[in-house]
Design a protein around this ligand. Structure first.
Ligand SMILES: [Zn+2]
Ligand SMILES: [Zn+2]
Length: 345
């Protein structure tokens, strides 16, 4: 079968790999229909992803498809079912797993990151890594479910409540999905961004306070909007260390800072102590697929608006080249395997 392989910076190609077979009674084989391209995939393509350096990698962790075969122990999925993939596979035995936090398992496997991913025609994984899709979610939209689970995890980790105010730095796909998720929870959401294309996307999905960071200092804007109290939650989806440091200054008392982008920053422990701030990191997601799929009607319209580019799987390389040019007007890029046959969309 056909797979898209990345060998490192500037080396990527389609290749023929053996079609995967069921590995045990609990495994499920799926024919892939759609895959989203995420920042992580772009890093792999550019040879900058630490876990993939020196490895050949079939990327893709945001994907959905049709069940073609199930092992004898699988009773609740059948060939023909539409499913979305949950990319984390944890051991179930280590300290993190015993404490219900498999997303930080000491031997975590993440599809398309430290093992093969969904940019290939078929994929086999255990039953628990597949979630049934209702037929009103199109294949293109299904590719956005995984990043929406990341957003849901951030809200859970930040203990977001309807009465909270949230400032998000960066209106890339994760920032936008986080804004969308938080808005539907009732929060007052502010998003700051430099690029006009992304600002336009944020306005398009109706983020209440869109801060053009070229024109206004994002921290000052957030203080003004919150009438001097400061946001209750600041999420860094932009990876700008200075904004993380600023967050400590502007957060409300008992505020929470979530370093979503995961860059190194300096933290003033004195300010953090004085205001009793929390730094709550958020990795991947845990148990968020079922609720996100159940709520997806809420996100559907905005999710569709975030999909700015759809490529045929045959054009994956083109899609990656385009993605790595980082056009600011680009939201989510989705690859499609059998577009003409999509009866759902
Ligand atoms: Zn992703
Ligand atoms: Zn574990």
């Amino acid at each position: 079968m056909k797979a898209f392989m990345i060998e490192g910076k500037d080396v990527s190609y389609f290749t023929d790999v053996p079609e995967p077979q069921l590995t045990d009674g609990d495994s499920v084989k799926v024919q892939v229909e759609s895959v989203g391209i995420c920042g992580t995939d772009i890093k792999i393509f550019e040879g900058k992803h630490s876990q993939s350096i020196g490895a050949k990698r079939i990327p893709g962790h945001e994907f959905a498809g049709i069940v073609t075969e199930v092992g004898p122990d699988v009773k609740d999925l059948a060939p023909g079912d539409r499913v979305v993939h949950e990319p984390i596979l944890y051991c179930g035995k280590c300290y993190a797993c015993r404490n219900g936090q498999g997303n930080v398992c000491s031997s975590l496997h993440v599809t398309g990151c430290n093992m093969s991913g969904g940019m290939e025609e078929f994929f086999v994984a255990p039953r628990r890594q597949w979630h049934k899709l209702p037929d009103w979610i199109t294949w293109d939209q299904a590719a956005l479910i995984e990043p929406y689970t990341i957003a849901a995890q951030v809200c859970a980790r930040a203990e977001a409540k309807a009465e909270d105010t949230m400032l998000i730095h960066g209106a890339g796909p994760i920032g936008l999905m986080l804004a969308d998720t938080a808005m539907h929870m009732g929060l007052t959401v502010m998003i700051s961004e430099l690029a006009d294309g992304r600002l336009a996307l944020a306005r398009k999905i109706g983020v209440t306070h869109v801060i053009d960071a070229k024109k206004e200092d994002a921290s000052e804007a957030a203080l003004r909007i919150t009438e001097g109290v400061g946001p209750n939650i600041v999420c860094d989806c932009a990876g700008v260390p200075k904004m993380a440091e600023e967050a400590f200054r502007i957060l409300s008392p008992a505020g929470r800072f979530v370093p979503v982008a995961g860059v190194k920053f300096e933290c003033d422990g004195y300010i953090a102590m004085r205001k009793q701030l929390k730094i709550v990191a958020s990795r991947l997601q845990m148990h968020q697929f079922v609720p996100v799929i159940a709520r997806f009607k809420l996100y559907q319209e905005h999710a569709q608006q975030m999909i700015t580019d759809v490529y045929d799987f045959d054009d994956t390389k083109k899609a990656f080249e385009y993605a790595s040019e980082r056009h600011p007007e680009t939201g989510k890029i989705v690859l499609r395997f059998h577009k003409a046959e999509d009866v759902q969309a």
